[in-house]
Design a protein around this ligand. Sequence first.
Ligand SMILES: Cc1ncc(COP(=O)(O)O)c(C=O)c1O
Length: 476
Amino acid sequence: MKQKEDCRETNVTTSVFGSQEMLKSAPVDKMPQKPTTPEIAYQMVKDETYAQTQPRLNLATFVTTYMDSYATKLMNDAIAINYIDETEYPRVAVMCAKCINIIANLWNTPEKAKWKAGALGIGSSEACMLGGVAAWQRWKKRRQAEGKPCDKPNFVISSGYQVVWEKFAQLWQIEMRTVPLTAEKLTLCPKEAVAMCDENTICVVPIQGVTWTGLNDDVKALNDELDEYNKKTGYDIPIHVDAASGGFILPFLEPEKEWDFRLKWVLSISTSGHKYGLVYPGVGWVVWKDKKYLPDSMSFSVNYLGADVTQVGLNFSRPAAQILGQYYQFIRLGFEGYKAIQQNSMEITKYLHSEIGKMKPFRNYSEDVTNPLFIWEMKEEYMRKGKWTLYDLQDKLKQNGWMVPAYTLPAKLEKTIVMRLVVRNGFSRDMADQLLSDISAAVEELDKLQYPTPSRIAIESNVKVKGTVYTHTGKG
Ligand SMILES: Cc1ncc(COP(=O)(O)O)c(C=O)c1O
């Protein structure tokens, strides 16, 4: 007998998988006409993400995928709080200022003021933009005072830049001058960077934790080179350090290394709280060496929130939960706790680096491991006779739930296909062993192939192979 449709009409007693909705596709371009129960809506949304990688097996991302249950509770409790409503939630604004103070001190700020100059961002991208805009505004103000033209600003960075700098250049129409990375020069060459500077250079941007390779540009050498150049020319070209990853690694693991405000020309630094700052996405931070380097033109006041509120940032509304998460981590872990976590991540990275370096097909891109990530490539002789590529290995590992991206390096090195591993809080030595065993098994299987894989054929015929698009490779 044909079942009457209305016996499945949705009401409070409807079972999720006995409902009409489960017979239909989820909405693509139009809202459904009628409401449904929360259980059904929940199930539909949840199921859409069901087959995705487990976040902690995603070794492509730098972004935090593990926080303890107290942090998670604090953040969930604050999910309805809008950071910008400072009058309603004044303690959140104070907590944010305390986080800026703590980070500024980690980076050896010389600023004596009680509240250090800094801003919250939704991630490093916003923080980089704010650092870049401040440098541009300072340059413009000085040029205007000197009666000089301001229509051709530029900044200098290595070709290992993250896509945010391309956005910065495009959105603000500031020329991006890139120093090429090569097989011999794996990080920004200070001399070449300074050779690209002129009176229109707003800043030079070294990176701590280059997205593509995990290496650090030498900020001290750049500072020294710039110092000479500035003395010679009378310019005041500063440094903005993009320390998206390194900003929360260096203070704990290499406290003696001078890369931060101890250097004369470093006037601003940005980082991601949601990377090695150990907070769920999205939170970023930018700090200036002193209030005088944060132009007034970047502070906006509004009076309709119940008081005069001054704000620096691209976004207006933003979640407050991440601030609670960041402040919690500072209290819970303290300096020693952060150090222990970063040290473990580094040790596990070095272990993986050494084990992968021993595998027959592979060669590590660099002998150094300076941040908890590294890349490797296929040995040339293996490339010549092999039937597969790192893209195939990426696919094989995906079958076991791992996300380990393969991609090509930036301009001048674009023929080099590499694979990258990012180790974060929440990744143990035992997980590393499981991964190594899955890599070995995948290699063994791939080595048995009689015929070349499509990605191998494409490479041989010089066709660009597109891997999955990863938002955390430089080009994203
Ligand atoms: C060096 C560098 N800068 C900026 C960013 C952008 O960071 P976010 O994803 O926090 O916006 C990244 C992200 O990976 C990065 O590696």
